[in-house]
Design a protein around this ligand. Structure first.
Ligand SMILES: Cc1ncc(COP(=O)(O)O)c(C=O)c1O
Length: 504
């Protein structure tokens, strides 16, 4: 296919150049009705292609023209049979994957470190999760992938599961042996869905772990906006094979998508695909080299450790993505969150995320040696300012998310059940009816239906005290949480079905 072409972006530019008389939304009409300061800042070019689904520009909900063609080119570039554009981020693509294969009551295998979008989809679909614990890294205080053995065991225990969803790579950049995993799950004729939010570049360079499509997965939700150069909120859903129905997937995606789709986002997907298809290999190679040099120099800074090839020796890790610099503050006397703040205030430097013991910095297609030099300078000063005598004062074990507590209600049932507020401190043993997670990375510590345990309460308190962004509950201070209301006497009557209890 001719990847120099950008069917949608070209159609938009031609449409704007024709300068049609517009009697349709958006009401800013080529910027003239927009706030003048905003218009001057973003520019008339941008506003002139901020258009909607009028006939010459095709419709994402039933693409048959320029969008269809742009999606076909993307499928070719990403090695998929079909690609669907998402203007609702990877969140929208993940929800589509789950809701197109799961009906109410269906079970789905999920890793414990699933992003909140996965769990929201589980609630909307009325599905029942079967958790698999990811491998924990005791040195770094982070989680890696799940093992093939643990997935095999979960399938054997739940032979009727509708799908297996995996995260590849993780936010911190490690990947599982995806080819082996896909082969295993397919041997049971179960579809494999991949959360590939952090893996847009995988497909374009052999030094990176294999992509979901290369491994033969059935669907993958990929955040082109995170690492592939498109605009924030634009993602793709790649589909392969016939274990899943493309017609059903399109229907579900349409149900979950705004009718006012942003053509700026769609055009940025179209053009990013061009850049990746034509230059992805060279640009990614350059990014990897830059990141590897940064990694080498970070590891020379006293007190810091940035994992490299040796991480592949650990359980749950097969390969790693070198463009993600997970900087472990091994011998520094501050948390990752405090380091993030210090870097912001002292160096005007923003990291991707921090946790109790690490900061994560991403090297992307947009970086040059100059940015990396500034990062290294800042990290050297951080080390000088906070290097402790002897060991660091953080307990890495404090950072690892506790194992999932038991589900006593299905997530959907708990979410919609009558609920009441309880003090977090006094809520042990109660069933939570809302999410609690640290964002980023957005991995729930608790989700509706789970029993609150003392271990989890302590984990939440440690994170709140460290100033980490704990979110989810209606009470933003997380002093109180919503729990399923205590059952009334009549609900306890023998034989009354008050929600199915999920077996261990
Ligand atoms: C692992 C993972 N999955 C899914 C998402 C959702 O992606 P998006 O922000 O594009 O909706 C994120 C976002 O950070 C993520 O980290």
């Amino acid at each position: 296919m001719d990847h120099h072409r950008t069917p949608l972006f070209t159609a938009l530019m031609q449409h704007a150049a024709n300068d049609p008389l517009q009697f349709h939304i958006p009401g800013h009409k080529k910027g003239r009705g927009a706030d003048p300061e905003f218009r001057a800042f973003v520019g008339d070019n941008t506003l002139s292609i901020d258009l909607i689904n009028i006939v010459p520009l095709d419709d994402l909900h039933q693409p048959a023209g320029a969008i269809r063609e742009a999606e076909r080119l993307a499928a070719d570039a990403f090695g998929a049979d079909h690609t669907l554009f998402s203007v609702q981020g990877t969140t929208g693509a993940i929800m589509t994957m789950i809701m197109s294969v799961c009906s109410p009551g269906d079970t789905i295998i999920l890793p414990r470190n699933a992003h909140k979008s996965i769990l929201s989809a589980v609630i909307f679909a009325g599905a029942v999760p079967v958790w698999v614990e990811p491998e924990k890294d005791e040195r770094l205080g982070i989680e890696h992938g799940v093992t093939t053995e643990s997935i095999r065991e979960a399938i054997e225990r739940n032979p009727h599961v509708k799908a297996v969803l995996l995260i590849n790579p993780t936010y911190y950049g490690t990947s599982i042996d995806l080819c082996q995993m896909v082969e295993l799950v397919h041997s049971y004729n179960i579809p494999v869905l991949i959360d590939e939010a952090h893996g847009t570049l995988l497909h374009f360079h052999e030094q990176l772990p294999v992509s979901a499509m290369q491994a033969g997965a059935d669907m993958a939700a990929t955040s082109v906006h995170k690492l592939g150069g498109s605009m924030t909120q634009s993602s793709i859903l790649n589909v392969k094979g016939n274990r899943v129905s493309i017609k059903r997937i399109r229907t579900v995606m349409s149900m979950l998508t705004t009718t006012s789709t942003s053509y700026l986002l769609l055009a940025s997907l179209d053009t990013s695909r061009r850049q990746l298809a034509l230059h992805g290999q060279a640009l990614t190679g350059q990014t990897i080299r830059l990141a590897q040099e940064a990694r080498r120099l970070i590891n020379e800074i006293p007190g810091l450790y940035c994992y490299g090839e040796e991480i592949c020796e650990k359980r749950g890790v097969f390969r790693y993505d070198p463009t993600k610099l997970c900087i472990h503050l091994e011998q520094l006397n501050l948390t990752g969150y405090a380091a993030e703040q210090w870097l912001r205030e002292t160096y005007k430097l923003e990291v991707e995320l921090s946790d109790l013991t690490n900061i994560l910095c991403l090297i992307t297609l947009g970086d040059t040696e100059q940015e990396v030099r500034r990062l290294l300078q800042a990290l050297r000063q951080l080390s000088d300012a906070f290097r402790g005598e002897g060991k660091c004062n953080k307990r890495v074990s404090d950072a690892v998310v506790p194992a999932a507590s038991r589900f006593l209600l299905a997530p959907r049932e708990a979410f919609y059940a009558p609920a009441e507020e309880a003090w977090l401190e006094q809520a042990c043993g109660r069933i939570i009816s809302e999410f609690v997670y640290v964002y980023p990375p957005g991995i729930p510590i608790l989700m509706p239906g789970q029993v609150i345990t003392q271990e989890i309460v302590d984990y939440i308190k440690r994170h709140v005290e460290a100033g980490l962004p704990v979110k989810g509950p209606e009470d933003p201070d997380i002093q109180k949480v919503r729990v399923v209301a205590a059952p009334r006497q009549q609900d306890k009557a023998p034989g009354r079905r008050s929600g199915y209890i999920i077996p261990d």
